[in-house]
Design a protein around this ligand. Structure first.
Ligand code: SAJ
Length: 424
């Protein structure tokens, strides 16, 4: 199959790196995004998101003329859809996936689809979303045939190929990782494989669209369950006066044990979200997956209770003082180390909660940001590491950024510590 022009719909954390990497293989790529600011930034050769190495790849792709961004779709040989799949807002705690971005993207590309085109859904999606996307496309283009009705003979080929790259390592993992390719028919899988082989050095493994959807949800749920196990162990060990990090290190010496690390909770827009896509479709069966989500979502409150305990201890040792006199320094706001991304960050949630409940001074150190989010303005002060170390009575370690790990425990003096990452 020939792909002279490839269009990527959604130029965010996945779509933009994918578009740029394909363009770096000297293919003409048209990136489409509803956000005019993103489009303008990219067309200048700049980027609107933070991801190592991405600026260089985008800059080169735009300057050499292989990547161009626009707000309205244009005809192409293949379309890759990489738009968000959040929860439906009106459903409160039901965590029902919201496919409206996929629906909008399908309806936007439908008018420019031509016979022989390939449409790939990359967005992490609940099982059945690819079939739903095919139905929206077919409804909008009754003059074309689609795999759900015409099988291998269809005019349009459709596949799901979930993205699996780790934020912070996207440019490398896009090329190196294996890809799971779920075509609606064997020909759809073959076409999608040909497309990914333009830039993927890993293996392209084919399956059905539904299995590919479930594979992605399974990968992130597996990690969530494993972290929930570690978080539960950390709470048990705290009660039993055992160092959980030493415990996990020892248990992981067994050749068939590999426990992840406990922390202040699970954040980001993937692992804290995707397992709910399984739970919302099969609520009675997905018992372990639901419990893992609840264990991880409950960890921030446990951390807040530990901070309150530490403040209590400080006050017992300093009877002339009240909680108003206690300074708490929070180390890190991002959802994981060495990034600037605050989305769904348990660290941020904890600091926001302390900002409401703690009557004394609250300091925050976050080396990857220049200003505090609005939710913390006037309630906390952004300081540099040294200032936090010198002024704090209670230190709360939330994110194991490189700079924090370099602080020796000897520098902490006799300050009270709540170390959710086992750094010290
Ligand atoms: N975390 C722990 N303990 C650990 C590892 C992580 O508490 O041992 C926490 C992190 O601090 C963070 C959260 O989990 O708050 C998630 O971080 P992460 O690094 O595990 O994962 P993400 O969300 O950045 O990326 C994941 C990856 N999925 C898997 O590793 C199975 C990535 O490959 C996916 O592409 C991405 O989700 C996605 O987009 O779905």
């Amino acid at each position: 199959m020939n792909f002279d022009t490839i269009s990527v719909i959604g130029l965010g954390y996945i779509g933009l790196p994918t578009a740029a990497v394909i363009a770096s293989r000297r293919k003409k790529v048209i990136g489409v995004d509803v956000n005019p600011h993103a489009v303008e930034t990219i067309n200048r050769g700049d980027i609107h998101i933070v991801e190592p190495e991405l600026d260089i790849v985008v800059h080169a792709a735009v300057k050499e003329g292989y990547l161009r961004a626009t707000t309205s779709p244009e005809p192409a040989d293949a379309f890759l859809i990489a738009v968000p799949t959040p929860f439906k807002a009106e459903n409160g705690n039901d965590h029902v996936p919201d496919l409206s971005y996929i629906e909008a993207a399908s309806k936007a590309i439908a008018p420019v689809l031509k016979k022989g085109a390939l449409v790939i859904l990359e967005s992490t999606s609940p099982v059945g979303a690819t079939e739903q996307m095919a139905a929206w496309l077919a409804e909008a283009r009754p003059d074309l045939t689609f795999p759900q009705a015409h099988g291998e003979e269809s005019d349009i080929r459709i596949a799901h190929c979930p993205e699996r790259v780790l934020p912070g390592h996207v440019v490398r993992e896009l090329v190196e990782n294996d890809r799971v390719i779920g075509g609606m028919t064997a020909k759809c899988s073959a076409a999608a494989t040909a497309l990914y082989q333009i830039f993927v050095e890993g293996e392209c493994i084919t399956t059905t669209a539904r299995t590919a959807e479930m594979a992605k949800l399974t990968e992130n749920s597996f990690r969530d369950v494993n972290i929930a196990f570690a978080n539960e162990l950390s709470i048990i060990c705290d009660k039993l006066d055992i160092n959980v990090w030493e415990l996990i290190r020892l248990a992981n010496r067994h050749p068939r044990v590999n426990i992840l690390q406990p922390g202040p909770g699970v954040g980001g827009h993937c692992i804290a979200v995707d397992p709910w896509f399984i739970v919302s479709e099969t609520p009675d069966e997905a018992r372990l997956i639901r419990t893992a989500r609840e264990v991880n979502d409950g960890k921030p409150q446990w951390v807040i209770d530990k901070v309150n305990e530490a403040v209590g201890k400080f006050l017992s040792a300093n009877p002339d003082k009240t909680a108003k006199d206690v300074t708490i320094a929070c180390f890190g706001l991002a959802f994981k180390p060495d990034i600037d991304d605050l989305r769904e960050s348990p660290a941020l949630k904890i600091v926001e909660q302390l900002a409401i409940s703690h009557p004394g001074r609250l300091l925050a150190v976050e080396p990857n940001t220049e200003r505090l989010p609005i939710s913390l303005k006037e309630k906390a002060t952004l300081v540099i590491l040294d200032e936090a170390l010198s002024k704090a009575d209670v230190i709360l370690m939330l994110v194991d950024h490189k700079g924090f790990k370099a602080v020796p425990s000897s520098q902490l003096g006799n300050k009270l510590l709540v170390d959710t990452r086992g750094v010290w």
